[in-house]
Design a protein around this ligand. Structure first.
Ligand code: ACO
Length: 425
């Protein structure tokens, strides 16, 4: 039986349907609000607004829960491969062995990128940020692979092509930026190992694949694979709602992820920790983060949804310890991060604002340990998030309620006035 929320406006009473998700979260359905009442809602940053119903990812920000298609992220990080997680997110269920084999074959088949794309790479200025390059190259894929994306089969090929080529494009951008020879994908290597090999193999020093490094990357990508309606995913859904091709929608997601308040935070955390290492100024950094007149924020802290410890950050912190120990690396930034966390978590400001480390706080330390340069961190996040973006895009286009995203506004500008010719102004 549908429940309703009563709205009294003027001398009339309206009933707005109440919806409930499978985990008990409730929402007021306001789709007919303007039509029935003439009112709209206003919600900066969409903090209280749901943009869709989704069966992909469940988060409980108060309890620190994250599940993909119902499966806790902790279990997936411990036992699954990134390929399985990508399949789970996109198709709704874990693959059978046969489905997994077929998926792997398709990923291998599509892993090469068109040789002409190399000219694009070579013409970016040397100082270009890899996120700008990746976003442009993904958008450019439509020109190189112009096939339609109308039928289920065409969409599946585009999806596989993207999942596979994004790794190759990311590794190519790194190699070319260093002036090194591009390393091609190898069909005998699994998804994560293949990427590491394309990044680090060279004619003078063959790359030795270390299973612990592969595992660290696998866990990093699984933890980033989806996070429901975050900034970049909403960008993918909103841009996709105009029925643009999938490459363009994903390119928009990559651009949105770049920002330091979102995926770019992993790079910003390492820059902040490096600055602390150079100036020994933890207490100064904490004071700056609390100062309302200073735009500085403690990077890698706080989250729109999590008001407790981010479950991904817990896993990432353990992983940082494990990989540094395994590789016998002593990274002073890990000690600084732990000290900073300890000071912040005891501070009244951070307690009162429910600010805890998010996924980006420790992820940079893991990426540094496996040899990823700092300016590639957000690209690593983008590769991990791709299955989530694709799953969310697919869900949106398959939804019979799919509509062009087009929010309204409250206009606060001047009332109608006359045009004044330039000489009379
Ligand atoms: N350092 C200091 N103060 C903070 C921080 C922080 N990292 N994060 C939030 N606050 C404070 C704000 O100043 C504000 O204080 P006030 O209420 O006294 O004015 C309050 O907490 C709420 O902040 P909002 O910006 O309204 O919260 P929102 O939900 O919009 O912010 C965000 C979430 C953007 C992630 C924020 O916590 C932040 O800027 N963190 C640092 C950047 C970061 O780590 N981003 C990665 C997030 S995870 C991801 O996207 C992958």
């Amino acid at each position: 039986m549908t429940e309703y929320v009563k709205l009294i406006f003027g001398d009339r009473e309206y009933e707005l349907p109440l919806l409930e998700g499978t985990e008990g979260e409730k929402a007021i359905d306001i789709s007919r609000l303007r039509q029935d009442t003439g009112l709209i809602t206003l919600d900066y940053g969409f903090a209280s607004t749901g943009s869709c119903a989704s069966a992909i990812t469940f988060m409980d920000g108060e309890k620190g829960i994250l599940r993909y298609r119902g499966i806790p992220v902790e279990q997936l990080a411990e036992h699954a491969t990134f390929k399985e997680v990508a399949y789970l997110l996109i198709n709704g269920d874990l693959p059978t062995r046969e489905q997994l084999t077929r998926f792997s074959v398709l990923l291998n088949d599509h892993s090469l990128v068109h040789e002409d794309m190399r000219h694009f790479f070579e013409n970016f200025p040397r100082a270009s940020h890899p996120m700008g390059i990746l976003s442009s190259m993904v958008n450019a894929l439509k020109s190189f692979y112009p096939a339609l994306q109308s039928t289920e089969e065409e969409i599946n090929i585009t999806v596989t092509r993207l999942l596979s080529k994004v790794r190759t494009l990311a590794a190519m951008s790194y190699k070319i930026s260093r002036g090194h020879k591009v390393v091609y994908p190898r069909p005998d290597l699994a998804y994560c190992a293949n990427f590491l090999n394309m990044m680090f193999d060279s004619p003078v020093k063959p790359y030795a694949i270390d299973e612990d490094v592969v595992k660290a990357l696998r866990v990093f990508w699984i933890l980033h694979a989806d996070h429901e309606q975050n900034c970049s995913t909403s960008a993918v859904r909103i841009v996709g709602s105009g029925r643009v091709n999938l490459y363009a929608a994903i390119s928009a997601g990559i651009a949105a992820l770049w920002g330091p308040l979102h995926g770019g935070a992993n790079q910003a955390v390492i820059e902040m920790l490096t600055d602390i290492a150079e100036h020994d100024n933890i207490s100064q950094v904490i004071e700056r983060a609390k100062d309302k007149n200073d735009p500085f924020r403690l990077m890698g802290f706080g989250h729109r949804v999590y008001k407790t410890y981010d479950p991904r950050a817990k896993i990432m912190k353990r992983m940082a310890h494990r990989i540094l120990e395994k590789l016998r690396i002593s990274d002073p930034l890990l000690d600084i991060a732990k000290e900073l966390e300890e000071v912040a978590l005891k501070d009244d400001y951070f307690i009162a604002h429910n600010l805890y480390p998010n996924v980006d706080f420790y992820s940079g330390i893991v990426l540094r340990a496996i040899g990823i340069p700092t300016n590639m961190f957000t690209v690593m996040f983008a590769i991990g998030r791709l299955p989530g973006w694709v799953a969310q895009w697919k869900e949106s286009i398959d939804d019979p309620r799919w509509k062009l995203s087009r929010p309204r506004q409250i206009y606060t500008g001047p009332l109608e006035r006359k045009y004044v010719p330039v000489d009379e102004r």
